[in-house]
Design a protein. Sequence first.
Length: 141
Amino acid sequence: EKVELVQAVEASDSEEALEELTSHAESILKKLELPYRVVSLCSGDIGFSAAKTYDLEVWVPSQNTYREISSCSNFRDFQARRLKARWKKDNKTEMLNTLNGSGLALSRTLLAILENFQESDGSVTVPEALRNYIKKDKILG
């Protein structure tokens, strides 16, 4: 389960919009205090329709590696051309630019919390951002 993040912007704003979209997913990782990194994918690793893609990867201790937890892409006008999605500015019709991102994958986020906050006695310290919802500081193992 995850939430999709979508933006449709004018071409001149699409690069900035990708940074903003990525920061929305990144802000949740920061609030959860999870170790993560942002990776800019090379052209061979992104889909044919994307112009640029960032993967957000979270540290998974049991696998001793980072795993993708979110992906954000700028499709420029690729999707808009297929959809014929346009807008008018100063009586001139222009193609929109579209961006898509995934919110954090729930199962991977939960796994990352359990693994990164597990104590030696098996208990799990609840991240500060979740304590008001869980009503506990620790989950006993």
